[in-house]
Design a protein around this ligand. Structure first.
Ligand code: WT7
Length: 657
């Protein structure tokens, strides 16, 4: 164990996976990119910006008045024209933009770039007819159907910032966002398919519209055909969009014109409307998608499994891939709809070559067993991506072996709603990867790991992850709250953006993300990252998933409490026994050191997660400290935490040794 300045870095990982020769040989981006960006960072980003189509060239690459950045100042472009029109104009109108797969088996649509162009133009004309212009915000509350992408692009085309709200959120979440964004227009649908049934969306909109009192028009896509209540402000998408002309001339907007607001819930308080603008955002979303997935638009089939309600769906379903002219798969439903191998049948059907998903999904598939992917031909896969949380080395190895047939590089990509696009990730044709690490900053990105005083920890060491130079796709602020923007991101370490995450450089100057710093535990004065203990637990052959929290302990300040989900093959009477808990404790001691041994291990079939799949450690801390449960509104399945709580009530405090 090495004592670090700021965060104790305990785990070590020495395995390395070289880029496959075929990927390295024809990679879009080589190691030169790091040198180019190092020599001239702004020049590097200007080169990437030129991959887009500008109606007017910028005069200044960056104006930086901390913490406010303007990129490509004076430049003008239309984001939607970059994502659609220019591909059609280049003769690629027949290329498939979207292979859409609905949740009900056999429900499919194939949409070419030419067709997408026609639909976006019609939708833009419809929005204009309804009175939407560049001065309005439009809320989008839709399932994963092509109209979601079309609606986003139609808003972008007429310069009306959109704000997508995840379809799983409640009426209350919609009210908060409509009110904060002062949105007078909403685009929704009657419903969508989830887990084999039509789930209604419009009732939540109806309630939110009533309560907020400011919405003038609701545009409704008919998806499921279920009954909906109807008022004067409601209009059907197929009526209004259906009768429009498919000709629409895109207007040029300033590089800094607002493109969207996306609300993200902080640990406390009301959700923050993260503001992104046009030219810099699209530059970095498009370049990173092309570089990190080594996208070959003529031959690759790309699939990002994220919902458009999250930033991943914005940057790596809608804007990045379409700006690059990619062919992609879009899937409406849950991973187990029509069988627990639904994803793998989609990979096989569309010959998906680039797959982008989250560790929580990978760990779920580990739990379900490797027989399911083994039933399908997945030899089309070329590169596999991960995002959303630290990926444990064990899940990384499983992803590579079982999904990637031991031949596909894994790109673990660190970024945030606030960063807009990938920041820390390997390049698949360049980087020799360590399982579980996002490796290092992308070319053009400057990161620094600092201690509590804001001093750099140097080449090796753990602490707080900061970004010390502005980047093109950075947030431009929090909607309507400049003070909160300064306070949240720029006040802890003046002059630097603080991401809220812990990180460490290992002995080889490879970067490891250690989770949110609010999750760091302090055991007898050692600052231990929950991520490292979780990874150690998941590396045990019987463990599928683990969540670790620090709970008050009279002796050690905090003690480690672990919540563990066993793999499917482990019998209940085995996993419930004290011998199993003891084995896991010893395993952690062996992997990391005795200091990291959990005081208590609770076996549970599920962990409480947010709807985007992040484990809610805050609730588990409440459970571990026998407190009344805090706010559970963002929980995907509230029954999970009640079940754990009951179990905790009946469990002893575990053995200490
Ligand atoms: C937080 C941002 C990025 C789009 C989806 C989530 C965590 C994200 C990684 C990764 C370790 C990661 C961080 C970050 N995170 N990707 N590859 N390795 N941690 O966006 O909801 O804004 O969450 O997710 O803690 O701060 P978000």
């Amino acid at each position: 164990m090495t004592e670090q300045n700021g965060l104790d870095a305990l785990a070590t990982e020495s395995r390395r996976f070289e880029p496959p020769t075929e990927v390295a040989k024809s990679a879009n981006v080589t190691a030169d990119a790091y040198d180019d960006a190092w020599a001239d960072r702004l020049g590097f980003w200007e080169t990437q910006a030129r991959r887009l189509q500008w109606d007017k060239e910028w005069h200044t690459a960056l104006e930086w008045e901390p913490p406010f950045a303007k990129w490509f100042v004076g430049g003008q472009l239309n984001v939607a024209a970059n994502c659609v029109d220019r591909h059609v104009e280049a003769g690629k109108g027949d290329r498939v933009a979207l292979y859409w797969e609905g949740e009900p088996e056999g429900d499919r649509r194939v949409i070419t770039y030419a067709q997408l162009h026609a639909e976006v133009c019609k939708a833009a004309n419809a929005l204009t007819e309804l009175g939407v212009d560049a001065g309005n915000r439009v809320m989008i509350y839709l399932p994963m159907i092509p109209e979601a992408v079309i609606a986003m692009l139609a808003c972008a085309r007429i310069g009306a910032p959109h704000s997508v709200v995840f379809g799983g959120f409640s009426a209350q979440a919609l009210v908060d966002r409509i009110t904060d964004a002062e949105a007078r227009f909403v685009i929704t649908s009657d419903g969508g398919y989830r887990r084999g049934a039509a789930a209604a969306l419009k009732p939540a909109v109806d309630e939110a519209v009533e309560r907020s009192g400011i919405v003038e028009k609701v545009l409704v896509v008919r998806r499921t055909g279920q009954d909906v209540a109807w008022t004067d402000r409601d209009v059907w998408w197929h009526d209004v969009v259906g009768r429009q002309s498919d000709v629409h001339h895109p207007q040029s907007f300033d590089a800094e014109h607002p493109l969207f607001l996306l609300y993200t819930s902080g640990t406390t308080g009301k959700p923050k409307g993260i503001l992104h603008t046009s030219g810099g955002y699209l530059t970095q979303a498009a370049w990173t998608h092309w570089a990190v997935f080594d996208l070959k638009p003529e031959t690759d089939v790309y699939w990002c499994t994220a919902d458009i309600g999250w930033v991943t769906g914005h940057s790596y379903v809608t804007y990045g891939p379409l700006a690059n002219g990619a062919t992609q798969v879009m899937y409406e439903g849950t991973p187990d709809a029509g069988g627990k191998d639904r994803w793998w049948s989609i990979v096989e059907r569309y010959k998906v070559s680039l797959l982008y998903t989250a560790p929580t999904a990978i760990r779920t598939f580990m739990k379900w067993g490797e027989e399911l992917p083994a039933k399908h031909d997945m030899s089309s896969l070329r590169i596999l991506g991960s995002v959303g949380e630290p990926i444990n080395p064990e899940a990384w190895i499983w992803y590579r072996r079982v999904i990637g047939g031991d031949r596909c590089p894994i790109v673990d990509t660190w970024w945030q709603t606030e960063t807009g696009a990938m920041m820390i990730a390997p390049l698949p044709g360049v980087t020799s990867c360590k399982p579980g690490s996002a490796m290092g900053p992308l070319p053009g990105i400057e990161v620094d790991v600092v201690n509590g005083e804001g001093e750099s920890v140097g080449e090796v060491g753990g602490g707080y992850l900061t970004l010390n130079e502005p980047w093109p796709s950075m947030l431009r602020g929090i909607w309507g709250d400049e003070e909160r923007y300064r306070e949240t991101y720029w006040s802890k370490f003046p002059g630097r953006y603080f991401a809220g995450d812990g990180a460490k450089w290992d002995e080889e100057h490879v970067l490891w993300l250690l989770g949110r710093v609010d999750d760091v535990m302090n055991v007898s004065g050692h600052r231990i990252s929950t991520t490292e203990v979780e990874s150690a637990l998941v590396s045990h052959p019987s463990v599928a998933e683990a969540a670790v929290v620090g709970a008050y302990d009279a002796t050690t300040g905090q003690a480690i409490v672990a919540f563990v989900t066993p793999k499917g093959h482990v019998a209940d009477d085995v996993s419930s026994g004290e011998a199993f808990a003891q084995e896991l404790r010893n395993h952690v001691a062996k992997e990391i050191g005795p200091i990291a041994k959990p005081r208590q291990i609770l076996i549970t079939p599920e962990l409480p997660k947010t709807r985007s799949g992040k484990i809610m450690r805050r609730l588990l801390r409440d459970v571990a400290e026998h407190r009344e449960l805090g706010d559970v509104t963002t929980l995907a399945d509230p029954s999970v935490v009640n079940a754990i709580n009951e179990k905790m009530g009946t469990a002893g405090d575990g053995t200490e040794d």
